[in-house]
Design a protein around this ligand. Structure first.
Ligand SMILES: [Zn+2]
Length: 285
């Protein structure tokens, strides 16, 4: 019996062992399957994530780029069409020679790349009777008219600096460059800094006699009643604030509340209405 029992026990043990092996084997297989399953699941996830990220990026870029282009183009379009034919655009590094003649003489664009001929001298006239300051003879009557209207409103538009000769302009520019050189700037830096305030000869509207520095060439002018009067009425006489505070990046010039440029009544009226500066009006930007 004992033998039989032991044989039976052995058999039973063998069956148990077999069952264990099967069980363990099953578990291992199950574990492996789960492992494989997890790995198999992870791969498709990684694959599906990647393509969803990639296509979302380019459309996002195109959608932001498209409206930005249309918004920047929209306001410049009417300006360019209005300015078409009024001015020739200078290419990078190019300097054009401009002369205030012809039908559009009053909106002649004068600047670093748009210079008057070296020997340019306009026909001159006193800005107002008795003043030593002169303007282009075609502009002086409008200034005198504006001066009289302001006077009637209790404002004195003292002509501080009108026409400036080429000779004096180059001296002014050179003096400014010297000041910046003394501050430790290089020659290139000094000329760039000087050009923000004083243009080289031929690049200033003062050389054409088309503008007037009124009152005093000082920032304090902004707080005078004369300045307030000019911002309200100058356009009626064909004058504009040439270098406004909010357009310094367009004009390339610092804010000059005293510098008023004659552009003619039509252009001044248009610019007063649209809020454009001369560069914008002529479609140069
Ligand atoms: Zn000026």
């Amino acid at each position: 019996m004992a033998k039989t029992i032991s044989k039976k026990t052995l058999k039973a043990k063998g069956v148990l062992a077999l069952l264990l092996v099967i069980l363990l084997g099953g578990l291992t297989a199950g574990y492996m399957l789960t492992g494989r399953g997890a790995a198999a699941e992870a791969t498709p996830e990684a694959v599906t994530e990647a393509p969803t990220e990639e296509p979302t990026e380019p459309p996002a870029e195109t959608t932001t780029a498209a409206p930005a282009e249309t918004t920047t183009e929209a306001p410049t379009e009417p300006a360019s069409s209005r300015g078409l034919g009024l001015v020739q655009r200078a290419q990078d590094g190019e300097t054009l020679t401009v002369t205030p003649t012809g039908d559009n003489w009053a909106v002649t664009y004068i600047g670093l790349q748009y210079r008057l001929p070296e020997d340019y001298v306009p026909e001159l006239a006193a800005a107002v009777e008795g003043s030593a300051e002169q303007l282009d003879a075609r502009v002086a009557p409008s200034y005198a008219e504006m001066y009289a209207a302001a006077k009637a409103d209790g404002c004195t538009l003292t002509p501080y600096a009108g026409y400036c000769s080429m000779q004096r302009q180059s001296e002014n520019f050179e003096n400014r460059v010297q000041v910046h050189l003394a501050q430790g700037m290089t020659e290139e830096e000094a000329e760039k800094a000087a050009a923000e305030r004083v243009q080289p000869a031929g690049a200033s509207e003062h050389n054409a006699g088309l503008c007037m520095d009124i009152g005093s060439a000082s920032a304090d002018f902004v707080s005078t009643k004369e300045f307030t009067w000019l911002t309200e009425h100058a356009w009626e006489y064909g004058f504009i604030l040439r270098y406004p505070e909010d357009k310094t990046d367009v004009t390339g010039m610092l804010y000059e509340p005293w510098h008023w440029r004659y552009v003619g009544k039509e252009a001044a009226s248009d610019m007063h209405e649209s809020g454009q500066c001369l560069e914008e009006y002529l479609g140069l930007v």
